[in-house]
Write a protein that binds this ligand. Sequence first.
Ligand code: FIX
Ligand code: ZN
Length: 430
Amino acid sequence: MTTDTLSERVGSDGLSARLETAQIFRVVEEELAATLFIDVHTHLFMPSLGKLGLWGIDELVTYHYLEAELFRSSRIKPEQYWPLSKREKADVIWKALFVENAPVSEATRGVVAVLRAFDLSTDNTDLSQARAFFGAQEPRAHIRRVFALAGISEVVMTNDPLDPDEAPLWEHGADPDSQFRPVLRLDRILNKWSDQWQILSSQGYGVYADGRGTTALEVRRFLGEWYARMKPVYMACSLPDAFAFPEEGIRGRLLAEAVLPACREFGIPLSLMIGVRYQVNPALRLAGDGAGKADLRALERLCADYPDNRLLVSVLSRENQHELCVYARKFSNLMPFGCWWFLNNPSIVEEITRERLEMLGTSFIPQHSDARVLEQVVYKWRNTRRTLAPILANSYRLLTDDGRPVSRADVRRDITRLFRGNFESFCGSR
Ligand code: FIX
Ligand code: ZN
C-alpha cells in the first residue's frame, strides 16, 4: 500500500480529519508501512560494482553478527572456522544457532524473517531449499523485490576510494544507479594514514607520512577527484572511542585542512560514526570490533568551530546517546542518525528513539540498516517499523491528551520527514 493508494482510500477529508485516540496506532502503522524510506547508511553495492554486493542465504548466515554469536554457542575455534568455505561456514552457523538452539537473538531472528518473507521454510535442518531459491534469482529483479519488501526507495552505500577491489571499478566508470547513492568513506585516510599514505603517493599525490608540506592540499585534491568521479551524497568516517578534536596528529590535521574544507566546497555533509574499539578480538576479524564511550566534547568543538559544515552523526555507545541529543539541541549543523550496530536492538532502539522524540521532536533520522547483505534490509526495516509504531503513536496520544488532536496528514508529514525529508534537506539533495 503506497501513501497515494492510502489517500485514495481515506479521501482528502480522511487525511485532514482529527484522529480519535483509538485510531492513532493503526494510522501510524499504515503510514509507516506506506512510506518508502531512504536507508542512509548501508554496506550494499550497486549492480555495476559486481561481486562487492553480497546477497543470498550463505551471506545472510555468515553475517559477522552471527559469526560473533557462533563462537559463543559452539566449540569451533576461529582458527578452525576461517579456513572453511563460505558454504561450510554457513552450515556450521545454521546448525549451531538455528538447529541446536532457538534463533532468538536479533540477528538470528532476522534470518528467519527473511526466509519467511520469501515463503521459505524457517526450521529446516539444512540450507538446501534456501540455496536453491536464492540461486534462482535474477539479481536486478531480486533487488527490486527486496527494496519493495523492505519499503525503501533507495540506499546509501559505503564506498572506499582506497579499496583495491572497489577503486578500479569506479576508475573504469562504474554505471551509477539512482537507487544506490554513493558515499566517500575515509577510514583508511583518517584512521590508517601510516599504512595508506604510500598508495596516494604512488598515485602521484604529493603526500608524506608525517603530513608535512603539501600533504593536506594533495589529500584535498584526491577528495576533489573522487567527488567528481563518484558524486557522493556525503563523506564519512568511523572513529574510535578515544577520538579527540582538535587533535595534534595527522587525523586532526587532515580533518581540519582537507576533509572539512572539501565538504564545504562540495556542499555535502561529513558523517562521523564515533565510538568503535577496533579489533578488541582480532581472531574474530570483522566480528572483532567493540564499542566504547567517547568524549563528545570533540563533537562540540567540530560543531562550534565549523558552523558551515553539516555533521551527520551516529554514536556507538549507549551512554553517549543523551549527550548527542543535547548537542543536537545546541547545534543545527548536527544531525543525529540511526541506532548503530550494537545499538540496533529493539529494546535499545525504543529507548533512544523515545529520548530523541522528546528532546528533538522530529528533527532527527531515527534509523539506518547498516545492511551488509542485500536481504537484511527486509528484516531491519520491518523491525524499525514494528518498534517505532507504538513509540510514535504514544507521542501523538500524549499530544492529543495535552489538547492538540492530530490528523493522518500530520502523521504522514512527520514520518516522511523522519525517514526522507531530514536526510534530503541535510544533504542538500532536496
Ligand atoms: O563502520 C561502519 O560502517 C560499521 O557499520 C561497520 O564497520 C560494522 O562492521 C557493521 O557492519 C555494523 O553494523
Ligand atoms: Zn556501517
